[in-house]
Structures are given as C-alpha cells and as structure tokens.
Design a protein around this ligand. Structure first.
Ligand code: ZN
Ligand code: FE
Length: 252
C-alpha cells in the first residue's frame, strides 16, 4: 500500500494519512473527522498524531473529534489559534516518527504561523514528501492573509530549494483553475498545457513534484526571465514580480 492515503473533504480540501510504521499513521490537516475515522477503520490503522499546517478551520475542523476518539497528539505551528494543540512545531525541528524524520519548515505568508512538513528521504533512492497546506498549491500558492509578498516569496523559495523529486501534497485541489491562470501568464508553456490537459482528462493532481512546480507554477517561476518578460517587468525584482502575479490571481 502507498504510504500516503489522500482523502478529499469539504469539496476541495485534501487530507493526508501517512503510514510511518506497520499500522501507525499520522494525519495532516484533518478538516473532517468522519472520513478519517472511516479510512483508519477500513485499514485497521492506529492514529498517533495530527500535523496541522495552519489554524484555518478547513484544516483543523476534525482535529478535536479525532483527538477525542483516538487520544492522538496535535502538533502545529500556532500555539494560540489551534484548539487542543499539544506541541508547537518549531522551524527546522525534526519530528521523529518510526524511521521517518519529518522536518518542520516555517513558511509564513498565507498566515503568519503557517508551516510545511517535509519527510526526509531515508535513502538515496527515495523521494522526500512535502505537505504544503495553503502555502504551495499544485500550479499556485495561497492568498496573503497575514503577511506581505516578500514573506511568502521567501517561504516559497525555501520549498523550491528542496530536491527536485520531492513529492508535493497540498491542502486544496485548485489545480485546474491554477493551470488556467498559469496559461494566461505563459500561454506557450508546453509543460503547463500538458498538465492542464492531463488533469482535464481526470489525471491526478497530487502528488506533484518540486521539479514540476518549478516548471509549471507561475508563482515559483516569478524569478525567471520568462515570467518577467511575460509581465513586461524585465528588470523588476523577484518579489515585485511575485506580488504582481498574486494581485492578478486574486482577481482571476
Ligand atoms: Zn488556509
Ligand atoms: Fe485552506
């Protein structure tokens, strides 16, 4: 069985169950408890931990109920706004789960206390796994609710610096809309066209990879000459270009 089980919830949210030991799992951003409890029961899995990327209701909605039902522990980046939190995840901290080391990556931008979680590969033939919440989406990025463009751009750069093969699992499936927006910026980007047509034909949007995002995600590409030319901002700084893209997407 795959180590990551994806559970769609609330329309476009994505919940992830990660098996790190024989039957022990953690769950990332459980917006809903019933679907998670169901998945655990079907596969006879034991939930030990909830990892929260940020405090928005659509990422924590099922946490209290799951904690009550299973006695699991709640870990997140915000000690104040996540009800029932047991441990505050600190930037660069390594959380140990069985043989998996999971690194906390602080990624302020969407909220001031957003974090991503990176499962480090245990050998050279394995890819890391990254849960990005509402920071990085497949083909897009989260809205700037609590931080400025510079913070978000720096956070995205941290994620972009992870190995190309890293598997990216994001908090919502906004993929179609994101690629449609991407094509308004780069109409001739063949990789975006290909991905859009795959997803339109029912292809899976998660996981993506860091390499795929660097090739197709206009936000991660803010620093490239291609995007700067497309926006007619050839000499602008990366942050300025990113901010302009974000403004356009907000009204797309
Ligand atoms: Zn959010
Ligand atoms: Fe969300």
């Amino acid at each position: 069985m795959d180590s990551v089980i994806t559970i769609p919830a609330l329309g476009d949210n994505l919940i992830y169950v990660y098996r790190y030991n024989r039957n022990d799992v953690l769950v990332v951003d459980p917006s809903d408890s019933a679907s998670v409890l169901n998945a655990l029961k079907q596969r006879d899995l034991n939930l030990t931990t909830i990892l929260i990327t940020h405090h928005h209701w659509d990422h924590i909605g099922g946490a209290a109920e799951l904690k009550k039902e299973t006695g699991c522990k709640v870990i997140g980046g915000d000690g104040r706004r996540i009800p029932g939190i047991d441990q505050v995840a600190e930037d660069k901290q390594i959380l140990q789960f069985g043989n998996s080391g999971i690194e906390v990556v602080a990624t302020p931008g969407h909220t001031s206390t957003s974090v991503c979680y990176y499962v480090q590969p245990s050998n050279a033939n394995e890819n890391g796994i990254l849960w990005t919440g509402d920071t990085l989406f497949v083909g897009g990025c989260g809205r700037l609710f609590e931080c400025n463009a510079r913070s978000m751009w720096e956070s995205l750069q941290k994620l972009a610096s992870l190995p190309d093969g890293t598997l990216v699992y994001c908090g919502h499936d906004y993929t179609l809309e994101n690629y449609e927006f991407a094509l308004t910026i780069e109409p001739d980007n063949q990789a975006v066209k290909q991905r859009l047509s795959d997803v339109r034909q029912g292809g899976q949007s998660v996981p993506s990879t860091i390499l795929q995002e660097k090739t197709t995600n206009p936000f991660l590409r803010s620093g490239t000459p291609e995007i700067k030319a497309a926006l007619k901002m050839p000499r602008a700084g990366d942050t300025e270009v990113f901010a302009e893209l974000r403004r356009r997407k907000d009204v797309f």
